[in-house]
Design a protein. Structure first.
Lengths: 304, 285
């Protein structure tokens, strides 16, 4: 009885969805985009998971080896270095970008002359290809012609060449990322600030709230949505960083992504470990996104 | 901070005003300084490049580094390859992205939210996770080392951006447009093509700029799927210049400047649009 009626109900919505020409048109319209996304991204992820538990190579599919690739990966010092570099880079650069970006957004959240010029200037680093900014900064870090190397060693800040010291390189990578992405962070936060109605501040001032109280009680809570969106985007972007590490470090500075790239594309011997690391990045990035959405309560509504 | 919360400019003191502009000038300088410095490196002669201490202003500006890289067929090819890959990616992505975005923004169907979520989820995707599987798939169908390998993968990963922006722009149009078109006897597709697309043209244009920048800057897929200089874009070729022109830093600097010039021009002309596009999502989130 119930099964018949539920079957009828099911047939009912199928008829409703595909019977109406408008709804049918909607499905035809989203289909190509869905096919591209599934074929080029979601299917390969599953295929990557399969590769990671086999002894496949780039040219031949291998046999099942269980967790072996993962065990070897966690014992590989290159992977561990890539992991720690990525974590330090992500936490430090996103934190700096957030603090500086919020400061800039608060400062320029007003009408002033030359606003268009400022906006254009801050967009310049953002629009650069990451590899080109990395190449530019590499020239400035250069020990023979680099201005930063020259200034830093003249004032006694460092005494070794920046490009041959991994710690300095990692700091350099953070500097480049902060330079390149802080404006983007500031723009996102500024857009959030502009949605806060000014009469809220007026009311608070009438009630005797000082600057700090207004910032912590009004600005921050009302800005929470924009902050979470900006932080999530930046965190995941930094976490998967490949271009900057590859070019700035000239293949000598490891991140998680460069470890994968080297495994699957350069070295024939670590193809399995590279795939294990690829799955590792995917799963951890997914968990990070989930953390922002569930724990921090980011609103992800895609409806109006 | 105080100035932001006061909002109105009326009560600001002259000192505050001065400090504010000093801050702005420093901020703008820091943003553009590396580009200016690298530009300076590209127009000075070798002896000056290696001078200690470095010169601040160029003594004898020269265009020889530019003549050198523009005369290099590797660089010419790379520029053409970049233009082809990002141009085709933009067109393909806007075509599929706009029809999908229209359905999501203005038509009713059961899986609307799921479809949007699935496409947007891709923007959080670590691309490096799929380079090995994609490499194997592309090899099977003979796409490795062709433009298509880069175009197809760039298109997939630009789609979330394209669809997100277009959905935002399409939703801004008045609600009864299609109704009116239908009364005149137009089908859904005709209403989209003849009414919505022309009206949303500014938004579609903004989306095209951002998609183009995304594809022009892409590096990982190009560096994975394209082997030789016949198809490699500038993002892949320029870092290699560090090896080709080992100590010829002037040429490396000139190449970096040339690649960024189209982007800087685009940013200067379209800054208002770009900002409105970039923040379309954040404001609503």
């Amino acid at each position: 009885m119930t099964s018949t009626s539920s079957r009828e109900k099911k047939r009912g919505w199928i008829r409703e969805e595909f019977g109406s020409p408008e709804r049918r048109a909607a499905y035809y319209m989203v289909l190509p985009a869905l096919v591209i996304v599934v074929a080029i991204a979601f299917y390969p992820v599953l295929y990557g998971v399969v590769l990671s538990v086999t002894d496949s190579t780039i040219i031949a599919f291998g046999s099942f080896t269980g967790a072996e690739n993962y065990i070897e990966m966690f014992q590989n010092p290159d992977f561990l270095e890539g992991l720690s570099n990525t974590l330090i880079y992500t936490v430090v650069s996103v934190a700096l970008e957030f603090v500086i970006g919020l400061g800039i957004a608060l400062a320029i959240n007003q009408a002033f002359r030359g606003r268009g010029l400022v906006r254009a200037a801050v967009l310049v680093p953002w629009a650069f290809p990451t590899v080109i900014s990395a190449a530019m900064w590499r020239l400035m870090f250069q020990d023979q012609v680099g201005i930063i190397q020259y200034v830093a060693s003249t004032i006694g800040l460092i005494n070794e060449p920046i490009l041959s010291d991994r710690t300095l390189l990692l700091i350099g990578a953070i500097v480049v990322d902060v330079w390149k992405t802080t404006p983007f962070m500031a723009l996102l936060l500024l857009a959030g600030l502009q949605t806060i109605p000014t009469d809220v501040y007026e009311a608070a001032r009438v009630d005797g709230a000082n600057v700090m109280q207004r910032f912590f009680r009004i600005t921050l809570p009302l800005l929470k949505g924009a902050i979470l969106v900006a932080l999530l985007f930046r965190t995941l972007d930094a976490y998967r960083a490949y271009d900057l590490f590859w070019v700035l470090g000239n293949r000598e500075l490891d991140s998680l992504s460069t470890f994968v790239y080297e495994g699957v594309r350069i070295s024939q011997l670590t193809f399995g470990q590279g795939n294990a690391a690829a799955v590792f990045i995917f799963v951890t990035a997914f968990l990070l996104a989930l953390f922002f959405i569930k724990v921090l309560g980011m609103r992800t509504s895609v409806e109006e | 901070m105080a100035s932001s919360t006061t909002g109105s400019a009326g009560g600001r003191s002259v000192l505050n005003e001065v400090l504010f502009y000093v801050f702005l000038v420093i901020f703008v300088l820091v943003s553009v300084a590396p580009l200016i410095w690298v530009f300076k490196m590209s127009i000075i002669v070798k002896s000056e490049l290696f001078a200690t201490p470095p010169t601040i202003l160029p003594h004898n500006p020269t265009g020889s580094a530019y003549a050198q890289i523009f005369g290099d067929p590797r660089f010419q090819h790379a520029l053409i390859n970049s233009a082809v890959i990002s141009g085709v990616t933009t067109v393909v992505c806007l075509f599929f992205g706009s029809i999908a975005a229209y359905a999501i923004a203005r038509l009713k169907f059961r899986f609307r939210t799921s479809v949007m979520t699935l496409i947007l989820a891709l923007s959080f995707f670590p691309q490096v996770a799929i380079i090995a599987p994609l490499f194997i798939q592309f090899s099977k169908v003979g796409l490795i080392n062709t433009y298509w390998a880069a175009i197809i993968s760039d298109t997939a990963f630009a789609l979330p951006l394209t669809v997100w922006l277009l959905v935002a722009f399409f939703r801004e149009l008045p609600a009864d447009l299609e109704e009116a078109a239908r009364v005149d006897g137009a089908t859904t597709i005709q209403a989209f093509r003849k009414v919505i697309v022309p009206l949303a043209a500014p938004g579609v244009f903004t989306t095209a700029i951002l998609t183009f920048i995304f594809a022009w800057n892409e590096f990982l897929f190009a560096n994975t799927f394209l082997f030789d200089e016949s198809t490699q874009p500038v993002t892949v070729v320029i870092p290699n210049f560090a090896t080709i022109y080992t100590v010829d830093y002037g040429a490396q600097a000139a190449a970096a400047v040339v690649v960024t010039v189209p982007l800087v021009i685009m940013v200067l002309i379209f800054q208002r649009r770009i900002v409105s596009g970039l923040t379309a999502g954040a404001v609503k989130g």
